[in-house]
Design a binder for this molecule. Sequence first.
Ligand SMILES: *Cc1c(COP(=O)(O)O)cnc(C)c1O
Ligand code: SF4
Length: 345
Amino acid sequence: MIPSAPQNDQSAAVRAPGWQHELRHAFSRPAELLAHLELDPEHPDLALSRRRSFALRVPRGFVARMRKGDPHDPLLRQIWPAADEDIETPGYVVDAVGDLARVRGAGLIHKYHGRVLLVATGACAVHCRYCFRRHFPYNEQLAARDHWAEALAEIAVDTSVDEVILSGGDPLSLSDDKLGELIDALDAIPHLRRLRVHTRQPIVLPERIDERLLAWLDRTRLQTVFVLHANHPNELDDSVMTALEPLRRRGITLLNQAVLLRQINDDVETLVALSERLFGCGVLPYYLHLLDRVQGAAHFDLPEADAQALMRVLSSRLPGYLVPRLVREIAGAPSKTWIDWDTRG
Ligand SMILES: *Cc1c(COP(=O)(O)O)cnc(C)c1O
Ligand code: SF4
């Protein structure tokens, strides 16, 4: 006779989406990650941060795109909790973009005309060390249903808003049941025209683009834009290209925002390859962000003049539609601030 308990376990495993399984098995222990990558924990460039405020977290599929035995791998450096994070640098603060003061109970941030950002969840599939969200006291409460009710009520009364941006954290950390419910409610607000999803999950966890997700995308009347987040061409392998295909087939606009990061993508060859590989996946480069001056991330920053010089060479190498806009987020500004780099006059 077959025992009943394992049987139940099995059917539960079948019911739970594969991406949730992947997420549960993400690397969270530095020693385990180093062993997997055949790296020496004594290597001076792999010294660990002594702070424990923002844990290591990285899905296995993303780790599979890292080079084994290379402590300077550009994907590894984005997620490794390095000792450099403990350095206090003047001017690098906890709330670099002034969002902390703006997240209201409902989880809405309304900084720019016509579009409102909904902090749907604080959770991410990967923890990027340069991210300002590392210091945010976001929690799952923001995703709670009653909070959405409050956000939805605020959006419903503001007819100047025609676009809702799902952000976080990573909004795709939420279950498709929760997301579907939210999208249905947004659909019912007549002045909304566009839905935007700011997510890194199709890059770090391509399994996330599954039938359940496509089901609510198929249902919405809203014109849909995905703004992805990849910083290096090595992030974009065949698994990502395959995952994006059903989005492309549905006519969803795919854009990418990257962050300019020292010793990760601050050279022309890498940025050219990133733009070209993105386009190969059907994604257009949108923004290249200068680093938010976040405490613990100063070692990723580079001088603005260096960024401008990079842009000048980049624009001479690529068709205009593959050149991202260089921007910085300045607290209180009415939009992202475009950084001028063209001095050819
Ligand atoms: C970045 C951001 C947006 C989106 O800006 P776009 O220039 O439209 O991409 C919207 N709201 C907030 C609060 C933001 O930080
Ligand atoms: S919000 Fe985006 S950049 Fe920040 S940790 Fe999450 S996935 Fe990374």
